[in-house]
Design a protein around this ligand. Structure first.
Ligand code: PLP
Length: 378
């Protein structure tokens, strides 16, 4: 917890997160040499919670602690519910949590215009915008919010800007996908889950902040029994002050192992292979006129659906629900679903280390056969 209890655990975590930050080409402000640095949280939910608390306390120091009920948080309606939970824990009033509407015309990304209008409206009502969460790779459809434009709005309103790239952050180690986080230079915090798509076992969510002091000011305690020379001289990082619990696991070891064992090129190949397999699946869906690809595939997730011959939304939704149920009950493949603009949508995700093209082709066959049975029985 404190540096003194295991200097190696802290130092390795700082080093490994600096490596990963460089791999992602994050700005130098996120490196441990300056005012910022990285820390491994258990989950993206904890990551957004701790930065929300830091941002909340930072603004309250400025405007006065009685202003809590005026603080407003912004994100799109595609943002993971982890943000809502963070607001609940952080005492942000539920009516001050703006989950702004997205739609298919902008592929479910957060519109800067919609954000700007919401902020202006809130300010005119005496409220205080303080936190913006953008997502790169939303959970439903892997939508990418336009970081650069959103960052400008956050900055001009003095807000904390957090980027949640829990799933898609991993892809940004490849130069051809790095542009999806262009604008991260302007963020106050950035998060990606190494345990999602980076070959690391669960419980490894990498969080970087530019101002580690903001975290420490919110989360530090200093009881007598933890006092020690290294901490008191302010010469070391005490990760207990960057997280919720006191004690912590030696999680950097597994990330160190992944980086050392695979190396950059193998990790990039791993990501590219999954994206190519998803492209392959997308191509198969596009060739079958009974199906449609619903949102453009960006990473390794394909959102698709079986078209209803009756041109009726309820019928289409039931058809796809039935297809998902029957396919998953067979035990050969497992797919998941979401709802976008009222449409029930099927999701095919590639993310397992052993998946090959033949598995994807076979999965598509299962879907086609079951679709034929369902359509034939109508
Ligand atoms: N953010 C995004 C974009 C996610 O996709 C997820 C999980 O699927 C989360 C946050 C929450 O992740 P965790 O389970 O690490 O809290």
């Amino acid at each position: 917890f404190s540096w003194i209890t295991s200097p190696a655990a802290t130092e390795l975590e700082m080093t490994v997160l600096d490596w990963l930050a460089k791999l992602l080409k994050l700005p130098d402000d996120f490196l441990s040499a300056g005012e910022g640095g990285g820390v491994i949280q258990g989950t993206a939910s904890e990551a957004v919670l701790v930065v929300l608390l830091a941002a909340r306390d930072k603004i309250l120091r400025r405007v006065g602690k009685n202003a809590l009920e005026k603080l407003v948080v912004y994100a799109s309606d595609q943002t993971h519910s982890a943000l809502q939970k963070a607001c609940q824990i952080g005492g942000i009033h539920p009516e001050n949590c703006r989950l702004l509407k997205t739609d298919s015309s902008i592929n479910y990304a957060l519109s800067p215009d919609v954000l700007g209008e919401a902020i202006a409206h809130d300010i005119s009502n005496g409220l205080i915008p303080f936190f913006l969460c953008a997502t790169v790779g939303t959970t439903s459809s892997t939508a990418v919010d336009p970081l650069l434009l959103l960052a400008k709005i956050a900055k001009s309103n003095g807000m904390w800007f957090h980027v949640d790239a829990a799933y898609a952050g991993s892809a940004c180690i490849c130069p051809e996908y790095r542009h999806h986080i262009d604008g991260v230079e302007e963020a106050d915090s950035f998060n990606m889950n190494a345990h999602k798509w980076f070959l690391t076992n669960f419980d490894c969510s990498a969080l970087w902040v530019k101002d580690r002091n903001a975290l420490v000011q919110s989360l530090s305690t200093n009881p007598e029994f933890l006092k020690n020379k290294a901490s008191q001289a302010n010469m070391v990082v005490d990760y207990k002050d960057w997280q919720i619990p006191l004690g912590r696991r030696f999680r950097s070891l597994k990330l160190w192992m992944v980086l050392r064992l695979y190396g950059i090129e193998n990790l990039q190949c791993y990501i590219r292979n999954h994206i190519n397999l998803a492209k392959h699946f997308e191509g198969l869906v596009a060739q079958d006129p009974r199906f449609e690809v619903v949102t453009p595939r960006i990473f390794s997730l394909v959102c698709f659906r079986l078209l209803s011959s009756q041109n009726n939304e309820d019928h289409g939704n039931k058809l796809n629900h039935d297809l998902l149920d029957v396919v998953n009950s067979m035990g050969k493949i497992f797919i998941s679903h979401t709802v976008l603009s009222g449409k029930y949508i099927l999701r095919f995700a590639v993310g397992a280390p052993l998946t090959e093209e033949r598995h994807v082709t076979a999965a598509w066959k299962v879907l086609q056969e079951e679709a034929s049975t369902l359509l034939g029985s109508l």
